[in-house]
Unconditional design. Structure first.
Length: 184
């Protein structure tokens, strides 16, 4: 999954036009509050279009034994003809790897999916924005799920750890209150 995620990131970044009219960096305050720092980059690609790339990650937040690494690209359509201002709709993808221990349960796996998003951007100044966003989609997962006291070797074969749970869920794939700074 890490290799697939790296290839996906490289392909998207190479395909982005270098002549973007505006570039903004951002962070999602909601994820930052729960100790899952985020860093985003938004590139305007046309009069009504922009591409947003956000990375999330954490390591043992609030002393909870969990590790999450996620990448979320999104293509946005801006209704008013000026990207990074007012309302938009979008299509987003999500790829994540995780290892979470909650109580006696352990979830170790990877997930990928996509869905629809929407949001509204408030311009504070020429360079600073606040964005409210949300989205829902389908997330496909493949994980090892076991109890903390289980023998982990039961889930490992010669080819590596074996997933014992897989499926899909309809979930919110995006929820945010972001602050962004327009670089150019």
């Amino acid at each position: 999954m890490k290799r697939r995620l790296s290839i996906l990131i490289a392909t998207i970044l190479i395909s982005v036009s270098a002549s973007a009219q505006q570039i903004a960096i951002k962070t999602n305050l909601l994820s930052d509050v729960v100790l899952t720092p985020s860093l985003g980059l938004e590139l305007v690609t046309g009069e009504h279009m922009s591409l947003d790339f956000t990375f999330y990650g954490n390591y043992i937040p609030f002393w909870v034994n969990s590790t999450i690494l996620a990448f979320q690209p999104e293509c946005r359509y801006w209704f008013n003809g000026r990207p990074m201002t007012r309302e938009y709709i979008g299509i987003a993808a999500l790829a994540t790897i995780y290892d979470i221990a909650l109580g006696k349960h352990v979830y170790d796996g990877e997930a990928a999916g996509g869905g629809f998003t929407g949001g509204y951007v408030f311009n504070l100044t020429d360079r600073w924005n606040v964005e409210l966003s949300g989205g829902v989609g389908v997330l496909f997962f493949n994980q090892k799920q076991y109890y903390r006291d289980d023998n982990y070797d039961d889930y490992v074969s010669e080819t590596g750890p074996q997933a014992n749970v897989w499926g899909y869920k309809l979930l919110p794939i995006k929820l945010g209150v972001s602050v962004s700074y327009i670089i150019k």
